[in-house]
Design a protein around this ligand. Sequence first.
Ligand SMILES: Nc1nc2c(ncn2[C@@H]2O[C@H](COP(=O)(O)OP(=O)(O)O)[C@@H](OP(=O)(O)OP(=O)(O)O)[C@H]2O)c(=O)[nH]1
Length: 282
Amino acid sequence: MNTPPPEGSAAANGHGLPHGNGSGSSSYLGLHHHDDDIRLHSPALRQSPPLDERKHECPEGDEPPLALMLRTVDFAAYKHRCQRRKDLDQTPYINHPVAVANLLSSTGVTDIRVLQAAVLHDTVEDTHTTIEEVIRAFGPEVASIVEECTDDTTLTGQERKAEQLRTAPLKSREAQQVKLADKLHNLESISRSPPVGWTVRRIQAYFIWAKHVTDICGPSHPPLAARLQTLYETAHTRVNGEYFPCHPDVCGPLTDQEKKRVDPRFALCQAGDNPCPSPIFF
Ligand SMILES: Nc1nc2c(ncn2[C@@H]2O[C@H](COP(=O)(O)OP(=O)(O)O)[C@@H](OP(=O)(O)OP(=O)(O)O)[C@H]2O)c(=O)[nH]1
């Protein structure tokens, strides 16, 4: 089994260097900005615990829902603190789980355990967080949903994709809801600002696979299933100045509205130009 990188490090997102998932990706843009990034390249240091480990325990007595939610966000923000998304802006990783929770909440999900699990859904897969830690901090129900949303990182990327398809119908309604929102946010961000280095073919392969997964999970939360269907039927991406349908089989023709939806910085670029404003870490 691979040893995960330091908690919160850029590559600890499971899509960088060390998980051996066969994705072939390397460090972000070949740049190393953080202490944690530098630590990654030393196997000994890779195994050392974070220097400023915090304890996240459940407080005594009743905790108001708002306080519980903020504590959950704080926990996830700490765990993902040094990670970045794979887009050109290297968006802070925590933006993704927060957006996933917001997609659920804004489409009518009120079960706080689902919203907490959405915020926490990548902590075990992509950082040193353990399920036991999530149980201690947030209880077994939230931890169980998080566990259902956690891929086995000892598998290759392709195996993980096959496993997600196989297990999607077996998951609880709550975990399926988180999956729907997770995929919706990934797909929206891929179409607007694809991960660095992704080709049109890779974007389309991701859309085709994600549709299989979300078609299975759709009945768990119809409002998000409808949003996903619209995305599959309309989403385009712009690569090297040209628009391409993200889902090659179900996508309709490119519309002016869709052109505007794609990141306007990219839409204004000519082939080969860098977007403006420049990505912050470029
Ligand atoms: N769209 C997008 N995805 C990003 C970005 N940064 C990191 N990711 C993560 O990359 C994964 C999608 O790429 P894959 O091709 O599936 O992953 P891989 O690089 O590990 O093979 C998602 O992982 P996941 O959450 O485990 O989801 P999934 O692949 O299981 O759906 C997603 O969260 C980004 O900027 N945009």
